[in-house]
Design a protein around this ligand. Sequence first.
Ligand code: CTP
Length: 474
Amino acid sequence: MNKNNYAEDLTHPIFEIITGAATEIGNPAYVIGGFVRDLIMQRPCTDIDIVTIGNEIELAQKVAKKIGPGVKVTVFRNFKTAMLQYQQYNIEFVGARKESYKFTSRKPDVEPGTLQDDQNRRDFTINALALSLQTDDYGNLIDPFSGIDDIENKTLRTPLNPDTTFSDDPLRMLRGIRFATQLDFEIEQNTWTSIIKNRNRIEIVSGERVTEELNKIILAKTPSKGFKLLESSGLLELILPQLLALKGAEFMEGIGHKDNFYHTLQVLDNLAKKSDNLWLRWAALLHDIGKPATKRFTHENGWTFHGHDYVGSKMIPGIFKKLRLPLNEKMKYVQKMVLMHLRPIALTEEQVTDSAVRRLLFEAGDDIDDLMLLSEADITSKNPNKVRRFLNNFALVRQKLKSVEEADKIRNWQPPISGEIIMDTFGLPPCREIGIIKTAIREAILDGVICNNFEEAFEMMIKEGEKLGFKPIK
Ligand code: CTP
């Protein structure tokens, strides 16, 4: 399967254009990094990195000119890179470089170097592969660290001494765990030992970068793999200690509770099979985050985690802020999912009544389908009878949700009686009582005491107003 020349895979016309431009300038150019890795692994990739032994801006501009008018080169002088977009590709040009790092920063001092220098500075052997774009050896693989064997053996290994690679740029420890998760690779022993040794260096990496990697782990097919590696490397403690706090099972009077860390990872994996929604996956990761703070043991009840849904939802803003996740409606959505994650399960334990389903639909609104997915993913019991019972109940809740939705249109529901109508009817200024009347009407509809229509709601408004001593003015 492995070959030394990939000319037949570099079929897109862009590569010939780059070859032409590099030849005219007289400086060699190579495709390098993730694109080559993905090409060999037959994964789609739209980011192409080109390294040239020369001036990257000159090459980018010549390539742009050859493609035709309207192609704009963006130059990032600070990073000494130039970029352009062509069809579906983002193409980044960089001059081959040597890097030297200071202990306190991820930003290296850069000086021009050879192709080999440039390959040396890369994070993993599988990311240090280059393909020549010169006419005489077009498509030849340049692989000084046997990256191709590492792809074959599904191994992540640093090109140089891992302590150098990770200390230079500690983000690479997370990248390693992310690649292991995304590609289902194993991290080679020395590389792994070095991650454990250098883990505290993660402190110089910005929250945004950490989160970018966490998001990629969460979006992988089996995200649990990444979180187990984060845990065993000691990195989880540094980046998301609240999740680590779920680990372990305590015993009292011979009674243990389940290990909520592994349970959470199972929930996340379950959900990942059903949904690619990043925020729903975050909700799965954080759904039990309030458990350590609410854990109690009593002789009568054993272990309980009462209110962990509420406490957990209150913890979300702090976690999002620390991780530089957006503090907007995405965060509110995750909070809502964490707060409500028990609701569909609780329903299955009692009678699944119309009014309970109506209330659930009202509170979840458009997020009801996501909530059902999360709740279903939360079933990790090993007891097949229990699982079957839960799943049957879920099917029933789903069916009821459908019929209640069709009959009552509760999703995204606006109560039929507004505050203005109440004020107009009784000639009232804005006051507390209006809220009382509105709530009474809403509760009556949700409980199925009255139907969800204007007439019945209006009639009830009159009754409730009269109870409070008001009289209609017309
Ligand atoms: N690289 C590195 N160290 C980093 C980031 C990147 O050595 N901290 C190198 C690797 O050779 C990598 C290349 O720069 O292949 C491009 O980086 P990037 O686009 O971030 O990653 P990819 O490997 O392309 O993978 P992905 O797109 O999945 O992030």
